[in-house]
Design a protein around this ligand. Structure first.
Ligand code: HEC
Length: 369
């Protein structure tokens, strides 16, 4: 009886809140807040309530709230709206969440159809950001089909390198000499950065990194420190895709926010420490940036930096800078890694002169007084 009363009150309240909003307006926060208090209620048993929820939902199209409402009320007829959320949220955790919902609701056909069309690029990014092996079969056709756009095939390749199964697929293809020439270079750099040592070693065998033109061994750090580099050139090296620093570090607001910001690194670290942080990343791991490996009950794994934790959930920031909430009940094990997330061997993607220039550039990034 109390519940019934509460429901009618809520319905009235939602009715008013919705009345004040039109579908094309910004999401109505009061109404959304009200909904979050009744999540899990069976809407099918209460058509009027469902009508009110759908009205609020319409005001949230394409936003993270849309994904939350669909999940909270287990709405199984919102596939098109979820797909829209995938497309509009490829750089935050709502895109992957919408993708998981579509897949678990058996609406995968919407995604596989969209992958044929002009929206394939953001979908591939989101697929990679889920880090889940169940999506590998959607990605592999892009690698084999040389009629698709090269940018899409490269995006599919990057997404594959995010799971051990996908990385293994690429290595097997390269070993069988079936990886097309236009994908070899990106495969090489992506696989050089994977965190699974056995796969990284196997990749180095079948897709060795090109030796730099002057492929002498690197001089000792003491000698490198004496050299003065070209910082303007170094700034370009920092941003080179195959070197990949800006995939994990921000300078000012450019780059992905994953590892520590480097805007003032020249004030914090001297040249010797800068060399060490690249040549031997695990020697001194910055506080708060320790790597955690989480195994999920689903068999997937997640890897990243724990940014917050409550009794129920762990928020993990993964390499793309996206923070994902994992329910502790979905987690089988978690383990703190002793190695840095920053990959070893980054100096192999550049010549010794490139490295000297890069370090010179980093020393110029000083705190503004
Ligand atoms: C896969 C992500 C990743 C890539 C790629 C990467 N880093 Fe890092 N880096 C990190 C993380 C995470 C840390 C913090 C953990 C640690 O100290 O090892 C870090 C730490 C550092 C530090 C020390 C920061 C401090 O405040 O003490 C420097 C300097 C640095 N990286 C420079 C670079 C440069 C230069 C490149 C490109 C050659 C690069 N990183 C590529 C993830 C990355």
């Amino acid at each position: 009886m109390r519940i019934l009363f509460f429901q009618s009150f809520l319905l009235l309240f939602l009715g008013v809140a919705v009345h004040l909003t039109k579908a094309q307006d910004a999401p109505n926060n009061t109404a959304i807040e009200a909904l979050s208090r009744i999540k899990g209620l069976d809407l099918e048993a209460n058509p009027a309530l469902k009508g009110a929820v759908l009205k609020v939902l319409a005001t949230t199209r394409g936003t993270p709230q849309f994904v939350e409402i669909v999940r909270d009320f287990n709405l199984t007829d919102q596939g098109t709206g979820l797909l829209e959320c995938v497309l509009k949220n490829s750089t935050n955790s709502s895109g992957p969440d919408a993708m998981r919902l579509l897949a678990s609701q058996g609406q995968s056909n919407l995604i596989t159809t969209a992958l044929q069309g002009s929206n394939a690029a953001p979908i591939l990014t989101v697929l990679g950001n889920t880090g889940e092996k169940r999506f590998v079969p959607w990605l592999t056709p892009f690698i084999k089909n040389s009629n698709r756009d090269l940018a899409l095939r490269q995006a599919a390749l990057s997404a594959l390198a995010r799971t051990p199964e996908g990385a293994q697929f690429l290595i097997d293809l390269a070993r069988a000499d079936q990886l097309s020439a236009d994908l070899r270079f990106i495969a090489m750099t992506e696989l050089n950065n994977v965190r699974w040592p056995a796969l990284k070693a196997a990749a180095a065998q079948v897709l060795p990194l090109p030796q730099s033109q002057d492929s002498q061994p690197l001089p000792p750090i003491a000698e490198l420190i004496q050299q003065t580099g070209d910082s303007t050139r170094g700034s370009k090296i920092f941003r080179r895709p195959e070197v990949g620093c800006s995939n994990c570090h921000q300078i000012e607001s450019e780059g992905i926010d994953f590892g520590p910001r480097l805007s003032e690194i020249g004030t914090k670290l001297g040249k010797d420490a800068l060399y060490q942080s690249i040549l031997d990343p695990s020697a001194g791991i910055s506080f708060g940036y320790e790597a955690w490996q989480i195994e999920l009950n689903s068999g997937d794994e997640a890897f990243g930096i724990i940014v917050s934790e409550t009794a129920e959930v762990i928020a993990l920031k993964t390499q793309n800078g996206i923070v994902t909430q994992y329910k502790k009940t979905d987690i089988r094990t978690r383990q703190k890694m002793s190695a840095s997330i920053m990959p070893t061997g980054l100096q192999l993607t550049m010549s010794p002169k490139d490295l000297v220039d890069l370090i010179e550039y980093l020393t110029t990034l000083k705190k503004k007084s």
